[in-house]
Structures are given as structure tokens and as C-alpha cells.
Write a protein that binds this ligand. Structure first.
Ligand code: UGA
Length: 429
């Protein structure tokens, strides 16, 4: 394939892997990042986010001479045939996505774009944004495309190298095909569509996955109610190929920077267009209930939480990331603190010296053992591998009382019981 000149705007979770992968495919890529600290880190090959394998990928691209960095997007786009918008779209108070970073970037580059250039939006944006971008650019010689990103934090490299599918939307099919060609990969399906559909696919996919997890979380609560075993229930369901085993793991509720934001945005977009997406509204509600179910399990073991020391293992919204945005740990811990519990937490990505506001009221421990010491209940909230292999017979003597709430169903209940613990999982005990 012919090497193209590409600018990626935004050095975050989406921008960095996109830039690295396109440069390793032989394209000449410049990554524009206006935050000077981030930029300086990137220029030295340091990744400002925790993402396994990404640093090595960026280093490889820098060494290959196909990846460079710039502070100015306006400068960086000048010679580029493709410009990827990978800027954040945080959530506004009403649940809609805040488009200001996208529109600021477009405003900054519009006059500098090379004739024939394609501006490709990868940020998660409300349906109809491509049209707004097109209007803001307002140039007949520039085309716009929508290319939703489906990578997961923690497996961004693998997801970017081998995506299940590439969705490319443009109101000009030739443009969509041209941009899709940049990512073409044997084994990845390509869906060419219009912009509105591409934008909708992103929200629908995330909302579907979130709803699937909520179903599984409710199925676990159902197992608790009737005395069924959740693990066997998932096996019995998952061998049906129409259901499968992916995204079937019960937990403390879904979190992160995407599912909570995108489910709310989907409901809001529906409302704005006169449609009530009641199923997704239900999943959002169910997820809030899930945080409470975790607290209920803790109370079922220790009773009144006033003055009780609770050890928390894991604060991030899932393993292999240092991201605590909308982590289920935050509302769970907030409720524990509000009920008078003393909370001691350990997470491999959080230092005891960390004074972030979301950690207020929590004592951060330097190890899993330290967090457990003197606690009356141990609550696993994130599925970090080190918890799976923890020797519980060493943990039991450290604790005041030997109770475990395993919200990730990571441990073997029988082994935990043999080590003297009272064990509650999600849909199994
Ligand atoms: C999610 C989507 O999976 C990606 O496809 C999408 O690109 C991304 O959002 C985005 O829009 O940027 P991510 O938020 O990184 O990716 O994390 P997931 O691995 O999907 O997990 C989301 C939440 O669901 C986590 O809290 C996780 O613990 C929970 N989860 C996931 C479960 O409770 N059970 C499961 O079986 C799977």
C-alpha cells in the first residue's frame, strides 16, 4: 500500500495507539498534542497513560522514523492527506457529550488543511457531529469521515492491531473506502456506511455490551436468590454459540470512561430525537443497583458498618489500567464511608502518597497484605491477577475476621472456605 501522510490530533487512549499503528504500517505520522507535559513525555518515548505494550510500540515507531510529534495541530496538518480527530468528548451535566475539544480542533486546523484531505473523526461523538464538522470546515475540497474506535483500555495494542471490525462512515463511499484501506487487516471485517450510522454504531455497541454485563450481573443476583451457581450458569449459557463467553463476567458493575458516559449519551440522543431507549435506561439503573448489591453483601457478612474496617483490593474500573474514572469502587467506597466504615485499600496502580480527591477518606496501603491487616471483611473489586494467586492461608491470620466478598468471582470458594473464610461471590458462595 502507498505510504500516506497522516496527522493524529490528541495523544490519549485512542490517539497514541492509532498514531503508532499507522506509522508501523509505513505511513508518515505526526501526533499533535497541545499539552506540553504530555508532548514532552511522548517525544522521549514515554507513554503518559498505563497501557501494556504501548510504550514498546511507540518506541518502535519512533525508531522506524515514521512517527513524530508536534505541539501545534495547525502546523502538523499542513501536508497531511488524512487528519484523525482523537480528542476527548467528556460528559456534560445532562448526559450529552461535550464537543468543545472536537470543535476547537476543527476550528484550529480548517484553514490549514491541504486540498483533498480527509478529516476522520475517531472521538466518540453524538450522532450528527460529522455534519457539524463538515459545516465548520466549510470547504468543498475537504472530505469528512467517521471512524469509531472499539479498543479497550488495558488491551489497546492488541485491539488496535487486530480489530474485529473496522467501521468507516462517510457520505462519500469512495472516501470511506480510502480511509478504511489504511487499517485493512486480514481477519478484520470492514463495514462501510454513512456518517450517522457509523456514529450510531459506536454508541449501540457500547450500550449493548453494558446491557449484556447488566444482564449477567442480574443473573448473578438471581442465582443468589434461588441458590443456583453462577459459574455453571455461565457455562451452560455460553456454550450456546449465539450467547458465547465474552463479556459474561459478573462484577461490581460496569465503569470506566466509556460505558457510563456512552449509555447516558445514547439515551439523551434518543430523547432529543423523540425516542425513549428504555432498555438502556434500565441497564443504567441496574448498574447503580449493582454498586448497592456489593454493599449489601458486605453488610450481610459484618452487619452494621459503623467502625468496621473494610479492606478493598482494587480501585481501578478493571485490571490492567490505572484508570479510576467512573470506577465502581468509587460509589461502593463512598457508601461504606457514609455508613461509618474505615476503608483501607490496595491497588497496584495507586501509591499510598496519592492525594487524588476520589480517594478522600480512604487509607491507601502499600500491599494487599497491609490492606487486609485487622480488617473484618476483604472486598475484591478489581480483577488484578495478583489477587487470583494470593495465598489466602497467609491472609487469614492477618485479619480481624475472615470474611470475603469476591465481586469478580476470582477465587475458588471451596479453597477460601478451607482457609477459614466466609465467602460471598456474585451468584456463588
Ligand atoms: C469499552 C469497550 O469494550 C470498547 O470496545 C470501547 O472502544 C471502549 O469502551 C470505548 O468506548 O472507548 P473499556 O471501557 O476500556 O472498553 O473496558 P471494557 O473492557 O469493555 O470494560 C468496561 C467495564 O465493564 C469494566 O468496568 C469491566 O470491569 C466491566 N466488565 C467487562 C464486566 O463487569 N464484565 C465483563 O464480562 C466485561
Amino acid at each position: 500500500m502507498r505510504a500516506s501522510t497522516i496527522c493524529v490530533i490528541g495523544g490519549g487512549y485512542v490517539g497514541i495507539p492509532t498514531a503508532a499503528i499507522l506509522s508501523l504500517r509505513g505511513h508518515q505520522v505526526v501526533l499533535a498534542e497541545n499539552n506540553e507535559l504530555r508532548l514532552a513525555a511522548l517525544q522521549q518515548g514515554n507513554i503518559p497513560i498505563f497501557e501494556p505494550g504501548l510504550e514498546a510500540l511507540v518506541e518502535q515507531a519512533i525508531t522506524a522514523g515514521t512517527l513524530s510529534f508536534s505541539k501545534s495541530a495547525a502546523e502538523a496538518v499542513k501536508d497531511c492527506e488524512y487528519v484523525f480527530l482523537c480528542v476527548p468528548t467528556p460528559q456534560d451535566d445532562d448526559g450529552s457529550a461535550d464537543l468543545s475539544y472536537v470543535m476547537e480542533a476543527v476550528h484550529e486546523i480548517r484553514a490549514q488543511l491541504k486540498p483533498g484531505c480527509v478529516v476522520v473523526n475517531k472521538s466518540t461523538v453524538p450522532v450528527g457531529t460529522a455534519l457539524l464538522v463538515e459545516r465548520e470546515i466549510s470547504r468543498a475540497d475537504v472530505k469528512v469521515a467517521s471512524n469509531p474506535e472499539f479498543l479497550r483500555e488495558g488491551s489497546a495494542v492488541e485491539d488496535s492491531l487486530k480489530p474485529d471490525r473496522i467501521v468507516m462512515g462517510s457520505n462519500d463511499t469512495h472516501t470511506a473506502k480510502m480511509v478504511a484501506e489504511l487499517f485493512a487487516n486480514p481477519g478484520s471485517a470492514t463495514v462501510i456506511t454513512d456518517c450517522v450510522t457509523a456514529e450510531s454504531i459506536k454508541y449501540a455497541a457500547n450500550a449493548f455490551l453494558a446491557t449484556k454485563i447488566s444482564f449477567i450481573n442480574e443473573a448473578a443476583a438471581f442465582c443468589d436468590a434461588v441458590g443456583a451457581d453462577m459459574r455453571d450458569l455461565v457455562l451452560g449459557m455460553g456454550f450456546d454459540r449465539r450467547i458465547g463467553f465474552e463479556v459474561m463476567q459478573p462484577g461490581p458493575g460496569w465503569g470506566g470512561s466509556c460505558f457510563p458516559k456512552d449509555t447516558r449519551a445514547l439515551v439523551k440522543i434518543g430523547e432529543d430525537h423523540g425516542y425513549d431507549f428504555s432498555l438502556v435506561r434500565g441497564a443504567i439503573e441496574s448498574n447503580k443497583n449493582q454498586f448497592q448489591r456489593v454493599v449489601d453483601k458486605i453488610e450481610a457478612l459484618v452487619g452494621d458498618l459503623k467502625g468496621v474496617t473494610v479492606a478493598i483490593w482494587g480501585l481501578t474500573f478493571k485490571a490492567n489500567t490505572d484508570d479510576r474514572r467512573s470506577s465502581p469502587a468509587i460509589p461502593v467506597v463512598a457508601t461504606l464511608l457514609a455508613r461509618g466504615a474505615l476503608v483501607r485499600a490496595y491497588d497496584p496502580t495507586v501509591q499510598p502518597s496519592d492525594e487524588s480527591s476520589d480517594l478522600a477518606g480512604i487509607t491507601i496501603s502499600g500491599s494487599a497484605e497491609e490492606a487486609a491487616t485487622g480488617a473484618e471483611v476483604l472486598v475484591i473489586l478489581t480483577e488484578w491477577t495478583e489477587f487470583r494467586w494470593m495465598n489466602l492461608s497467609n491472609i487469614a491470620p492477618l485479619m480481624g475476621k475472615t470474611n470475603i466478598v469476591d465481586t469478580r468471582n476470582m477465587l475458588d470458594p471451596e479453597a477460601a472456605k478451607r482457609d477459614g473464610f466466609t465467602y460471598l461471590g456474585m451468584g456463588r458462595s
